[in-house]
Design a protein around this ligand. Structure first.
Ligand code: ADP
Ligand code: ADP
Ligand code: MG
Length: 450
């Protein structure tokens, strides 16, 4: 069975990205949108659009019942969740399964197991994948936290098992605050994720974030190499690139094989990302979590492999087997992505919603802009502030950076403040250009800049 129609339960650039893949595959796209997005470009470019509720996400993009009902009403074969919102919500996927609506992603069971970071770490250990030293499971009480802290040492990291999007992490620098920090993050996790479970990891202070893109049809599991997402602010990715500018061939292969072993252990199906931290001083790497969905930064992998990952997702969800082998996946050149947010970098990256007065997209060889922006577009205050992704390809890293700088210079977004200028500054900095930095670099850069 191949899919003939897909309901897209998302908005912005990723909704547009899925619409485009559907169009090329001859799949009818139906966009489920909120009232706030009624006039958006994805609504106009989809084959059909259906309003699922008012602006607040709990009554629209996070309303499972409304989205499944929209799929049934429009006769969609499957739902593509994009990223964020319900994309990693196992209850939502279980509802799809119960209602016999297809889902573009793994089963609810796999999402539930991997979405629980404590469980995911256990599975990784079982698969022989190295994990960050820390607690074996959830921290039961203060006594256990102190026991683990003795082994792990300070600084340590308390992580919410259900955390995501850079939230649900807290660094603890000394035993003096451990008890208070533990209570605080458990309370936060309960409110934010409905699950107070937390665990402890050694806080590694000189690391890179390196992740492996995987795709499986249930029989064959392929990897598409790594992405380096070390340029982060507050544990959220800002700039991503591929290949990593620092790792050697042996490490690259070790990471890829670890990711594949993990996927086999859980019976992973569809596209996913296995995330690791790479310790600069030792060259060791450790699994941190798996994202059971397409990721924001998937285009950098597409640019260096020439493979359309969203199409692979849709074809696998339609029951097709992969028609490529690992040997078919070759890496060419280098790609860099800048996440452009409607935020003011000079005001602590405060969100700046509003209306786009004028918009000029950059273009030319090797430039890809994934965005729903256009003149007159509204950036509502209810959602994530990312308004587009600029992805530039080059024969090598230097050319990719030069091209990204050139494209950022061409781009013009009037009406709201964005982080485009900030990206120019970072890309132009000698340390970014050198490729040698760690996850603390953006914070350092901000301090020097101030
Ligand atoms: P990815 O792992 O795909 O690069 P991130 O880790 O940056 O994405 O974020 C994970 C998910 O959380 C994304 O789907 C993103 O849309 C969402 N997200 C990120 N930041 C925020 C935020 N500030 N508020 C709400 N959702 C967010
Ligand atoms: P999320 O679900 O929010 O994406 P992750 O577990 O992927 O959470 O961690 C987000 C980021 O936090 C990582 O990319 C990394 O920069 C940092 N981080 C995670 N674990 C550690 C650790 N043990 N030591 C230091 N930094 C870490
Ligand atoms: Mg992560």
């Amino acid at each position: 069975m191949t899919l003939s129609s897909v309901l897209i339960a998302n908005r912005g650039e990723i909704a547009l990205r899925v619409i485009r893949a559907c169009r090329e595959l001859g799949i009818r796209s139906i966009l489920a949108h909120s009232e706030a997005d009624r006039d958006s470009l994805p609504v106009r470019l989809a084959d059909q659009a259906i309003c699922i509720g008012p602006a607040p996400v709990k009554s629209s993009y996070r309303d499972s019942a409304a989205i499944v009902a929209a799929a049934q009403l429009t006769g969609a074969d499957a739902i593509h969740p994009g990223y964020g919102f319900l994309s990693e919500n196992s209850d939502f996927v279980a509802l799809c399964e119960a209602e016999e609506v297809g889902f573009v992603g793994p089963s609810s069971e796999v999402i539930r197991r991997m979405g629980d970071k404590i469980e995911a770490k256990k599975i990784a250990r079982r698969a022989g994948v190295p994990t960050v030293p820390g607690s074996d499971g959830a921290i039961a009480d203060r006594d256990e936290a102190f026991r683990v802290a003795e082994e792990v040492g300070f600084p340590l990291l308390i992580k919410a098992s259900a955390g995501g999007g850079g939230r649900g992490l807290r660094v603890v620098h000394s035993p003096d605050t451990l008890a208070a920090d533990l209570s605080a993050i458990m309370a936060e996790a309960e409110v934010a994720f409905g699950d107070p479970s937390v665990y402890i990891e050694r806080y590694l202070t000189d690391i890179r974030h390196i992740e492996i893109q995987v795709v499986s049809d249930g029989t064959t599991t392929l990897h598409f190499g790594e992405r380096d997402c070390t340029a982060q602010r507050r544990n959220q990715k800002l700039i991503e690139e591929a290949p990593s500018p620092v790792i050697d061939a042996e490490t690259r292969e070790g990471l890829a094989q670890a990711a594949i072993a993990l996927c086999r252990e859980v019976g992973y199906v569809n596209a996913g990302t296995v995330e690791f931290v790479y310790d600069n001083p030792t060259g060791e790497y450790y699994f941190i979590e798996m994202n059971t969905r397409i990721q924001v930064e998937h285009p950098v992998t597409e640019m260096i492999t020439g493979v359309d990952l969203i199409k692979l997702q849709l074809r696998i969800a339609g029951g097709e087997a992969l028609d490529i082998t690992q040997e078919d996946i070759t890496i060419r050149g280098h790609a860099i992505e800048c996440r452009v947010n409607a935020e003011d970098a000079d005001q602590g990256f405060a969100p700046r919603p509003g209306t786009i007065r004028e918009f000029r997209a950059p273009g030319g060889f090797g430039v890809r802009l994934d965005t729903h922006l256009e003149g007159g577009a509204s950036i509502p205050p209810f959602y994530d502030s990312m308004v587009g992704k600029l992805i530039c390809w080059g024969r090598d890293r230097d050319e990719a950076i030069d091209r990204a700088l050139r494209a950022l210079g061409e781009m013009r977004i009037e009406g709201v403040v964005t982080t485009a200028g900030f990206h120019e500054e970072v890309l132009d900095s000698p340390k970014f250009r050198s490729g040698v930095f760690n996850t603390g670099y953006i914070a350092e850069f901000m301090e020097e800049r101030a």
